[in-house]
Design a protein around this ligand. Structure first.
Ligand SMILES: [Zn+2]
Length: 214
């Protein structure tokens, strides 16, 4: 593995893909495999969901994850919990200080409420999630609270949420190790009305690798 962007990943690359700006992506990650998401140009929010392969009514739960680790931010060592209380994946390593899981995904509806009716036709993460999930037979009822990798949502002392300039930078990444067979669903966030993407959505790179020999 000569690419320095892949340093620290287990040896055999199963998939290496660029998710274009604003696009959706989904892929199976088997237990033990690693998924690296690289913020290629910096300050790009990557909205993210996990579903269990064997029964997708088991899926990522922000609430269970926060309760289990007793902290609202995701960092190296965080364990992503399911709605059934099972560990789905572990943040094996990240070069960003922390990631968000309470800010939610942008939608046409929330955009029009926050930013005005003229934003109604803008593409949004909820569209991407629905598009990716439909390929697996999931619909609106299967949309749950998500993770926002690389997104900075500080919580003030009085509980106020911010969506402010990112703390990510070009080349920073997060490594997830799957603890069960999962489907990872990504929306490379198209938001242009707040600083979560630096007002300029950009591509990200996803790499799945394994320690298993061929
Ligand atoms: Zn978004």
């Amino acid at each position: 593995m000569n690419d320095p962007a892949l340093a620290g990943l287990p040896g055999r690359v199963l998939l290496d893909h660029i998710v274009p700006a604003r696009a959706a992506w989904d892929h199976v990650v088997r237990a033990g495999e690693s998924l690296r998401i690289i913020d290629l140009e910096g300050n790009q929010a990557v909205d993210f969901l996990l579903y269990a392969m064997r029964d997708d009514s088991e899926r990522y739960s922000a609430q269970d994850t926060i309760a289990a680790q007793r902290n609202i931010f995701l960092r190296t060592g965080s364990v992503l919990m399911s709605n059934e209380g099972n560990p789905m994946a572990r943040v094996a390593r990240t070069t960003v200080a922390y990631h968000d899981t309470i800010g939610g995904a942008c939608s046409c509806e929330s955009n029009t409420l926050r930013y005005g009716h003229h934003t109604k036709a803008q593409h949004a993460c909820v569209d991407n999630f629905l598009d990716a999930n439909l390929r697996h037979g999931r619909g609106k009822r299967d949309m749950v609270s998500n993770i926002n990798w690389f997104m900075n949502v500080p919580v003030e002392a009085d509980g106020t949420l911010g969506i402010v300039d990112g703390i990510s930078a070009p080349g920073l990444y997060v490594d997830l190790q799957a603890l069960m067979d999962v489907v990872a669903v990504v929306s490379n966030c198209p938001q242009i009305n707040n600083p979560c993407n630096g007002f300029n959505p950009t591509p990200v790179r996803v790499v799945i690798s394994t320690e298993e020999p061929v």
